[in-house]
Structures are given as structure tokens and as C-alpha cells.
Design a protein around this ligand. Structure first.
Ligand code: HEC
Ligand code: HEC
Length: 135
């Protein structure tokens, strides 16, 4: 009996710490959320639902997909679909490109379309590959 309770205590501490950790990672993000969204991690500067919709329309058109390619349309905040998780990295990349290389006056603003051109995956090579040799 003594042995058993000695094990129970550390186990309870571990569970307590574990759930605190989960609680913090899940809810720390949510505390900083605007009224119109629950799980924004990169579009955190977006000020309104309309602005968020503008981003989503740009993204969907750029890739030639519908919203459900990335979203469970019953729960847009869910990250269950892998393309949504990739898209988040892509949004970060796009914001960085704009900030680092297109911040000069009257700079064009690259979009997802700049690379994707209406496709799920951009083409990385011309058809038939790049020319070989010295030509
Ligand atoms: C290629 C993937 C992709 C497509 C297509 C897409 N979205 Fe999103 N959507 C995202 C990502 C990524 C986020 C989270 C952005 C972030 O973390 O800041 C998001 C966030 C959202 C949110 C906020 C959810 C919340 O509460 O956190 C809504 C609402 C939303 N999208 C609606 C739409 C609608 C409507 C469409 C179609 C017009 C659409 N999305 C198309 C990737 C996509
Ligand atoms: C600088 C070019 C570039 C830009 C800009 C870009 N992408 Fe991508 N994207 C790529 C490349 C390259 C791949 C990988 C394609 C492959 O697997 O062959 C990719 C892959 C993806 C994929 C995974 C597709 C799949 O089925 O595996 C998603 C989703 C995606 N991009 C979304 C976006 C979104 C959303 C944006 C705009 C916020 C964006 N991309 C902007 C280059 C870009």
C-alpha cells in the first residue's frame, strides 16, 4: 500500500503538469484572438472579418481550389486538414517576402497566385525540364 501511494503522487503531479501545459498551449493562443476568429496564428494583423475573407478568396483563387481543400467547413478553426497547415507556412513566407523585398514605394505585392498560378502545386520546371549544356 505504501509503495502504491508513493507512485500515485508523482503520477498525479505529472498529470497536473501535463494538463497545465496542454491548457496553456491551447488557450494562450485563443486569448489573443479577435472576435471574428478562434485560431489565427499568422494573419494576426487582420482587423476584420471582411479583410480575412479577402485573404481567403485570394488564397482559394490562387490555388484553384475551394474552401474545403483546407477547411472542415463545419469548423473553420480546425487544423485537421494538412493543406491548411502547409498554407500557414506559405502565408508566413509570403508576408516575409513582401516585408523584405517589396517594401519600397509603389512596390507590387506578390500573392499566392504569383507562384501557384491557379494550381495546387506550382510547377518548378518548364515542361521537358531546363535546357542542358551551354545553350
Ligand atoms: C489553401 C488553404 C486555404 C483555403 C483554400 C482557404 N483557407 Fe481559410 N484559412 C487557411 C489558413 C492557413 C487559416 C489560418 C490562418 C492563420 O493561422 O492566421 C485560415 C483561416 C480561416 C478562417 C478563420 C478560422 C478561425 O476561427 O480561426 C476562416 C473563417 C476561413 N479561413 C475561411 C475560409 C473560407 C470561407 C475559404 C474559401 C473562400 C477559405 N478559408 C479558404 C487556409 C485556407
Ligand atoms: C515563392 C513561391 C510560392 C508562393 C508565393 C506560395 N507558394 Fe505555396 N507552394 C510553393 C511550392 C514550390 C510548393 C511545393 C510544390 C510541390 O510540392 O511540388 C507549394 C506548395 C503549397 C501547398 C501544398 C500543396 C500540396 O498539395 O502539397 C499549399 C497548400 C500551398 N503551397 C499554399 C500556398 C498559399 C496559401 C500561398 C499564399 C499565402 C502560397 N502557397 C504561396 C511555392 C509558393
Amino acid at each position: 500500500m505504501v509503495k502504491r501511494s508513493l507512485l500515485v503522487f508523482p503520477a498525479l503531479v505529472a498529470i497536473g503538469l501535463g494538463s497545465l501545459l496542454i491548457h496553456n498551449t491551447v488557450y494562450a493562443k485563443q486569448e489573443a484572438q479577435p472576435k471574428f476568429a478562434k485560431n489565427l496564428q499568422v494573419l494576426t494583423f487582420v482587423k476584420s472579418k471582411a479583410e480575412l475573407k479577402g485573404w481567403m478568396r485570394m488564397i482559394k483563387t490562387s490555388l484553384g481550389v475551394d474552401c474545403d481543400y483546407c477547411h472542415n467547413t463545419n469548423n473553420f478553426a480546425s487544423d485537421q486538414k494538412p493543406p491548411k497547415r502547409v498554407a500557414r507556412v506559405m502565408i508566413k513566407m509570403l508576408l516575409q517576402i513582401r516585408k523584405d523585398y517589396f517594401a519600397f514605394p509603389n512596390a507590387p505585392q506578390p500573392t499566392c497566385y504569383t507562384c501557384h498560378q491557379g494550381h495546387k502545386k506550382p510547377t518548378n520546371e518548364p515542361e521537358g525540364g531546363f535546357p542542358k549544356g551551354n545553350d
